[in-house]
Design a protein around this ligand. Structure first.
Ligand code: FES
Ligand code: FES
Length: 163
């Protein structure tokens, strides 16, 4: 099948690749671009393991064709950490035991990263609602919610200290 030329900005870098029209974004990210942070859980838009940030929105990358993302700006879990090390959210998941097997974690953190930009001061209910598209088979969610709330609080304290 004829391949399409696709241009993306991923984690701040411009990349180009070829993909068949049938290829899902998650497959192109993992198999053609080597970004294996976003995981494939269900491939049917239920689990959220494949979540990436696409043009400022959390998107399950198994739900769109790579061709539909042509020209988009994407952040994957590989782009969440800063030059000084892990993002506050990543540290918070570690400190609050927001993971067990870790399979859902890239999607969870990528979604939480956008959630805290949409709502920097979420309540527990806001976090639970905002994370409802991401499933975890291990943790029971309590520690994931705790980790996200703690990260929000730390990010807000840092903002206040900088003012
Ligand atoms: S792999 Fe995309 S939602 Fe499960
Ligand atoms: S930590 Fe295992 S699926 Fe969430």
């Amino acid at each position: 099948m004829k391949k399409m030329h696709i241009e993306l900005t991923i984690n701040g870098k411009q990349v180009e690749t070829l993909a068949e029209p049938r290829e899902l974004l998650i497959h192109v990210l993992r198999e053609r671009l080597g970004l294996t942070g976003p995981h494939i859980g269900c491939e049917t838009s239920h689990c959220g393991a494949c979540t990436v940030d696409l043009n400022g929105k959390s998107v399950k990358s198994c739900t769109i064709f790579a061709a539909q993302a042509n020209g988009a700006t994407i952040t994957t879990i590989e782009g969440i950490a800063g030059p000084d090390g892990m993002h506050v959210l990543q540290n918070s998941f570690r400190e609050h035991h927001g993971l067990q097997c870790g399979f859902c974690t890239p999607g969870m953190i990528t979604r939480a990263w956008r959630l805290l930009q949409e709502n920097p001061t979420p309540t527990e209910e806001d976090v639970r609602f905002g994370m409802a598209g991401n499933l975890c088979r291990c943790t029971g969610y309590q520690n994931i919610v705790k980790a996200i709330l703690a990260a929000a609080s730390e990010l807000n304290s840092a903002k206040e200290a900088a003012q």
